[in-house]
Design a protein around this ligand. Structure first.
Ligand code: ADP
Ligand code: MG
Length: 613
């Protein structure tokens, strides 16, 4: 048979099925045909590059290894040409007429396994060459193999069930795909439209891509280069390009792994945390690539939620083979990637904390709340994250912080718990009554200034087997201190506490002598185990009009304090005045605890007390 007359072939039954689905898929998915054809072109060029190393004779040897895309909006046509390996006649039949290759095969398998006739799948799987039929009235593939002896051919089809092949004179090496667009897809013959798609999906393809004569891709896929050969400026430029950022990155992690998955990754922490600045919640934006071709710019499950501040790229060669299995397995593949990358990034932060503590402190200042969020909510990574948490403490200077591990290393042999106090700032905690009892016993206390801290501490619960304990909690038991000189006797103290309980009535659940007061006369402990002062404030803020839950506290008094000793004398000598003082002491304790709801009664009482001066 002469090869100069067109020969007609039927597509394999599976291909017909595939084409039927592809052609009727949703409009929004259509643009991925560009990605698919460009990656085929890139693959073909890559193969040629390898052949150049081993083969003596290559057709059109001198042609540049590049991809040329041209659009013609009047003719509603788009052409994608590469100077790669090309296809011989039998390869055209084999590759474009049967379902031998991986992507499409797996796609059909997934459909067969009960997946919906779901257009989303097409985007995910990349049905390869056939995706051209989403937009094409007809497709022609002009090709000349790299083998000199193979003549040029043209393959053509309208996607309806058959294709034709005929010999074609004057072809150059590689493949030229000419797509006559359907009327409703004529948009794809617009230069600006294709430019956008190429920039999005194919920005890092290694071979030059020219659109209507203009070079599109100028940035290298840095993540695949050896990190010893990449300069800082190159990283910064890449970051700005890839993350559409204007700042310089604060930290970067460039790593690769071979097992259990082949991963090349380049991650960046931006300079600023825009969530902290009040901008909206960040979206995950580490993009997923497979051999330099974008799979998903914002994959949702690639990283845990609390890593949503990261930018950059994850590239896995294992994706095409695996992602094109059924969706369940896709998920487990993404989970595997997630596990490996998250672990690696946490290890990186640990190293930063150890080797560059100041840089880490800066990072923590800006991005610490993401780590706290993770420590509180991500059970899988909780332990590693808890190690990264930092707090000021009663032993650090203002502005310097400590890790829980360092805290534990300073604990005395008989200290069982890690203590913390929540307050708006250092001064407030230091001047409050809660710290002094622990200080007197040489117990270090972590200072928590942020709204989320209490929530984090409650969820983290313990570190290296030591319970995290709020030092202002009623249950905290402290060791005895030597009795100070000149304190009220135990008897007198009992009388005074009984009198105070009676005088203060419903406002107190219990009044007793304190083992934790040193310099303050009184303190209030929340009698409600389940609601800390801080939580109460938050509830109030949320529920402004709602009725307040009645507040009852445990009041502790300091039998060594002059005010208490005076009160003991006054409560018999001048009960009216003593009552005012008692009530005022309770209010003072409530203020220190952040629990005083309404100061108006207090002002009136203070005025009365002042009258008697
Ligand atoms: P996949 O790329 O997953 O193999 P495709 O449907 O995209 O599936 O392509 C099918 C096959 O057709 C490829 O494996 C390749 O052998 C061949 N092919 C497609 N495009 C080209 C091209 N531009 N140059 C050479 N061969 C190509
Ligand atoms: Mg392909």
């Amino acid at each position: 048979m002469s090869t100069s007359t067109p020969q007609k072939f039927e597509f394999q039954a599976e291909i017909k099925q595939l084409l039927d689905i592809v052609i009727h898929s949703l409009y929004t998915e259509k643009e991925i045909f560009v990605r698919e054809l460009i990656s085929n072109a890139s693959d073909a060029l890559e193969k040629l590059r390898h052949l150049q190393l081993t083969e003596k004779e290559i057709f059109d040897e001198k042609l540049d290894l590049e991809i040329n895309v041209t659009t013609d909006d009047k003719a509603k046509r788009i052409t994608i040409q590469d100077f790669g390996v090309g296809m011989s006649r039998s390869e055209l039949i084999e590759n474009l007429g049967t379902i031998a290759h991986s992507g499409s095969k797996a796609f059909l398998k997934a459909l067969g396994e009960g997946a919906q006739k779901n257009a989303n799948l097409i985007g995910q799987f990349g049905v390869g060459f056939y995706s051209a039929f989403m937009v094409a009235k007809s497709v022609k593939v002009y090709s000349h193999s790299w083998r000199t002896a193979e003549p040029g051919q043209v393959w053509s089809s309208d996607g309806s069930g058959s294709y034709e092949i005929e010999a074609s004179e004057g072809e150059r090496r590689g493949a030229k795909i000419v797509i006559e667009l359907k009327d409703e897809c004529a948009d794809f013959a617009q230069d600006w439209k294709i430019k956008g798609i190429l920039e999005r999906y194919s920005a890092f393809v290694s071979f030059p891509i020219n659109l209507n004569g203009k070079r599109i891709n100028t940035v290298q896929a840095l993540w695949l280069r050896n990190k010893n050969e990449v300069k800082d400026e190159e990283y910064t430029e890449f970051y700005k390009f890839q993350a559409h950022a204007v700042d310089d990155p604060r930290l970067r992690l460039h790593f690769s792994a071979d097992a259990p998955l082949a991963i090349n990754s380049l991650l960046f922490v931006p300079k600023d945390n825009t969530e902290k600045l009040g901008f909206s919640r960040l979206e995950p934006s580490v993009s997923l690539y497979c051999r330099k071709v974008l799979i998903d710019a914002k994959p949702k499950d690639l990283l845990p939620e609390w890593l949503r501040f990261l930018k950059g790229v994850v590239d896995s060669e294992d994706l095409p083979l695996n992602i094109s299995r059924e969706t369940m397995q896709d998920k487990s593949l993404i989970e595997k990637l997630n596990k490996v990358i998250t672990k690696r990034f946490l290890k990186f932060l640990e190293e930063e904390a150890r080797n560059r503590p100041e840089g880490f402190a800066d990072f923590y200042q800006e991005f610490g709340h993401f780590l706290k969020e993770g420590a509180a909510l991500d059970y899988t990574h909780k332990d590693q994250l808890t190690k990264l948490l930092r707090f000021e403490s009663s032993l650090t200077e203002k502005g310097k912080s400590t890790s829980l591990a360092d805290y534990v290393s300073r604990m005395g042999a008989d200290q069982k718990e890690i203590y913390y106090l929540v307050g708006p700032n250092r001064a407030a905690i230091e001047s409050g009554p809660y710290l002094e009892g622990l200080k007197a016993r040489n117990l270090e206390v972590l200072f928590c200034y942020e709204a989320v801290d209490e929530y984090v501490m409650n969820n983290v619960r313990e570190f290296e087997g030591k319970k995290l304990t709020a030092a202002d909690h009623a249950d905290v038991k402290l060791a005895d201190l030597p009795q100070a000189e000149g304190a009220l006797s135990e008897d007198d103290t009992k009388k005074l506490t009984a009198w105070l309980k009676e005088t203060l009535g419903e406002r107190v659940a219990e009044v007793k002598a304190s083992d934790r007061l040193v310099n303050s006369p009184v303190l209030a402990l929340n009698a409600d185990k389940f609601m800390s002062p801080h939580m109460r404030r938050m509830m109030k803020a949320l529920n402004r009009d709602g009725a307040d839950s009645p507040l009852r506290v445990n009041l502790e008094i300091n039998p060594r304090h002059p005010v208490i000793k005076r009160l003991f004398e006054t409560h018999t000598a001048n009960p009216d005045r003593a009552k005012l003082v008692g009530e005022q002491l309770l209010d003072n304790a409530l203020i220190a605890a952040g629990l005083l709801d309404d100061p108006t009664a207090m002002v009136a009482r203070l005025n009365k007390l002042l009258e008697s001066v």
